[in-house]
Design a protein. Structure first.
Length: 331
């Protein structure tokens, strides 16, 4: 897992919340991610949607790609397809994805980098492993998160942010037993690099075997913990949480979790968890494939706009092109 690593002893420390007065957030629910086939035929683990979306608002979807060891010629992606009405946040721990879009944005996301794409009013994009990676094969591990936009921002112009592996904010737990890579939002007064329309906190932590991570969390945000690799437990009741499982936490002002003493080989450095939370938008959601709007009429409009080329066109340099095999749009 070469997503950025660091010596935790040299990093700023997150203050451990004061024990007697802290309201630790309890685990409300544990969800095991279902497997789905996406794009050209790669498997993702998807803990949500699949249950009440209000529990994860403002998030819409979390796709866990890999970890998978691709043989030469095997790596797959998602060729040209549209989006409107939300943001996709792609974090690549191992391997690489090449992003190209119809507004001229894009870039290579690799080894610990994040790409934050605000689809807003709409665009077309392509998310593919680079030719060189396809030819050679190798380890691929990444996550794509969908963050909703409120009604007032659905028509915002598309925007790209490339957050390099070295630009994430690195923090340590109070005893140095956990490394926290803050991608967006605030933790204990430290800010992550991601610029978000919807207030969220998004971090990837590696918790050493047997170590505890305890940190303050904004009371008005919801709180989710998803396991990328390894095993541990979450909340004051120490609910077990293994690879591919999501914990939805209840109210409170701090999170507590602990890595198990023994870890599988995939988590040799520690228990790998994503920490997510945001301010719920609490608006109606109308959703169809790559479009997330507030009403059914807006979805119909999105399909019509896409078919009429109003979400953009595939750049000439990319013609002829492949389209997504599982295109959610009727021909
Ligand atoms: Mn996409």
């Amino acid at each position: 897992m070469p997503a950025i690593t660091a010596d935790t002893l040299t990093l700023p420390r997150l203050q451990r919340p004061t024990e007697p007065t802290t309201a630790w957030r309890p685990v409300q629910r544990v969800v095991t991610a279902a497997r789905h086939v996406e794009g050209e035929g790669f498997v993702v683990r998807r803990p949500f949607p699949g249950f009440d979306l209000a529990l994860v608002d403002p998030f819409l979807l979390l796709d866990h790609l890999g970890a998978v060891e691709y043989a030469p010629g095997e790596a797959k992606g998602a060729p040209w397809h549209p989006h409107r009405g939300f943001e996709t946040v792609t974090y690549i721990l191992d391997g690489a994805f090449e992003h190209t879009d119809s507004t001229g944005g894009g870039g290579l996301i690799t080894d610990g980098a994040t790409q934050w794409m605000t689809a807003g009013a709409g665009l077309l994009h392509s998310e593919l492993p680079p030719q060189e990676f396809v030819a050679k094969g190798g380890l691929f591990h990444g996550v794509q998160l969908w963050v909703n936009l409120p009604r007032s921002l659905k028509w915002t112009p598309p925007r790209y942010q490339n957050i390099g592996a070295r630009n994430v904010t690195l923090l340590a737990s109070d005893d140095g037993g956990a490394l926290v890579r803050l991608i967006a939002g605030d933790l204990d007064g430290h800010a992550g690099p991601g610029v978000t329309w919807t207030p969220i906190t998004y971090a990837h932590a590696t918790v050493a075997p047997g170590a505890r991570l305890a940190l303050r969390w904004p009371r008005e945000f919801n709180a989710l913990v998803y396991v990328l690799a390894g095993r541990g437990s979450v909340g004051p009741d120490a609910r077990p949480l293994d690879e591919g499982q999501l914990a939805v936490l209840g109210a409170g002002d701090a999170l507590t979790m602990r890595a198990s003493d023994s870890q599988p080989l995939a988590a040799a450095a520690g228990w790998e968890v994503l920490l997510l939370g945001g301010l719920p938008i609490r608006e109606p959601i109308a959703r169809y494939g790559p479009f997330v709007m507030n009403t059914r009429a807006e979805i119909i409009q999105a399909v019509e706009d896409f078919q009429a080329g109003r979400l953009g066109v595939v750049p000439a340099a990319h013609m002829p092109h492949r389209t997504s095999a599982d295109s959610p749009l009727p021909a």
